[in-house]
Design a protein around this ligand. Structure first.
Ligand SMILES: CC(C)(COP(=O)(O)OP(=O)(O)OC[C@H]1O[C@@H](n2cnc3c(N)ncnc32)[C@H](O)[C@@H]1OP(=O)(O)O)[C@@H](O)C(=O)NCCC(=O)NCCS
Length: 175
């Protein structure tokens, strides 16, 4: 368990599959995310049951609100390269009524601190659709900077969209 100011990050239980399945089928939540090919609730349950324990190369945590104990989203540090100390970060909040209350910003700071302090990472990277303004705003706010533009990398509503690749070095985390 990793404690932030507003949220705690903790492992997921197979019994929480329904929430994940619901979030993955919500078009507002998935608006700017790669949505894959869709999984049944049974498949999501199986994935959670069989997900190997968290390891250095893949840490997946649920985001739980400290004030009310509600699971509201996920954060993940994955594809970690030990020789380089680099990991890729994903974050999303599936419970829309919790948007705009600072939870994602706190979850970002908490997982980045964990990555730099506990995992001794040197760098954390992520990608974000250039039009996902709220996500882009919080990434910049905690210290990530754009390192490149991936042209036409996400397809939505019959149109191609660009993405930024962003990076945060050890010592650059803000707040
Ligand atoms: C993007 C997301 C993670 C933000 O989570 P959140 O908990 O609402 O974020 P916070 O409340 O911590 O911060 C939101 C910030 O974005 C700002 N914001 C909101 N809408 C915005 C917009 N359209 N343009 C610019 N900034 C915006 C808010 O003002 C706030 O900034 P502030 O604290 O400096 O005022 C969440 O909405 C989400 O999970 N969305 C769907 C999935 C997704 O897109 N994930 C990211 C994939 S890369």
């Amino acid at each position: 368990m990793v404690l932030g100011e507003l949220v705690k990050l903790r492992s997921l239980e197979p019994s929480e599959a329904e929430a994940l399945w619901r979030w993955n089928h919500d078009p507002d939540v998935m608006r700017w995310m790669h949505d894959g090919y869709g999984q049944s609730l049974a498949q999501v349950k199986k994935t959670l049951e069989e997900h190997p324990r968290n390891t250095y190369s893949d840490v997946l945590y649920g985001i739980e609100v400290l004030a009310d104990g509600q699971l509201i989203g996920l954060v993940r540090l994955r594809d970690t390269e030990p020789e380089l100390g680099i990991a890729e970060l994903d974050v999303y909040l599936g419970e829309k009524e919790y948007w705009g209350r600072g939870y994602a910003t706190d979850a970002m700071r908490t997982i980045c601190r964990y990555g730099f302090q506990k995992m001794r990472l040197h760098k954390i990277t992520l990608t974000v659709a250039t039009e996902n303004h709220a996500a882009h705003h919080i990434y910049r706010k905690v210290g990530f900077i754009e390192e490149g533009r991936l042209r036409e990398t996400l397809r939505r509503d019959g149109k191609w969209h660009d993405m930024f690749t962003m990076g945060l070095l050890e010592g650059e985390l803000r707040g």
